[in-house]
Design a binder for this molecule. Structure first.
Ligand SMILES: [Ca+2]
Length: 168
């Protein structure tokens, strides 16, 4: 048993659906309401996942130096807000990203230091808050992950160049 009143995002105030008369193969429903018969048509459900662009980083970075990473994202649901988690690929704890966004587009950033040389796979997961919006049927949140490699090279040993003799 489904209360149709919970399935109409942005319903006009005061509209109360009482019962359904008929349902068609395409999902349309004829329902009785306090304002007479209404036809309910299934629309596109706005639960788009965030789309995350490539991760950019200021690598290569030296061991112990701060690496700054960022990625842009968009979400077709312009009212959604987002959280992000960075995973650094070196066994350290994941950290929350700094999210700045407006109207369905934004950037997530983070910083980290690596304590050993290597090439690390850094990952960011951006999650929207779809299920928290009132007046929508309850829906799952979406998480999208993107990955990049961060190079932390071995320190180079300075070597003296052989002296050059100018040709006469
Ligand atoms: Ca979304």
């Amino acid at each position: 048993m489904i209360d149709l009143n919970t399935r109409i995002p942005g319903a006009p105030p005061g509209l109360e659906l009482n019962y359904a008369f008929a349902i068609s193969d395409n999902g349309s429903i004829v329902a009785n309401s306090n304002v007479g018969l209404v036809l309910l048509k299934p629309g596109p459900v706005s639960t788009a996942p965030p789309v995350v662009g490539p991760i950019s980083a200021n690598d290569p970075v030296a061991v112990g130096a701060l690496v700054s990473v960022s990625a842009s994202f968009t979400d077709a649901d312009v009212a959604d807000t987002h959280t992000a988690i960075w995973s650094w690929g070196d066994g350290s704890a994941s950290t929350a990203g700094t999210v700045s966004e407006s109207n369905g587009a934004g950037t997530v950033a983070g910083t980290h230091t690596y304590s050993a040389a290597g090439v690390y796979s850094v990952t960011v997961t951006v999650t929207d808050n779809t299920s928290g919006i009132p007046m929508r049927p309850r829906m799952p949140t979406w998480s999208i992950t993107t990955t990049n490699s961060i190079a932390v090279p071995q320190a180079q040993t300075a070597r003296a160049l052989p002296s050059l003799t100018a040709a006469s």
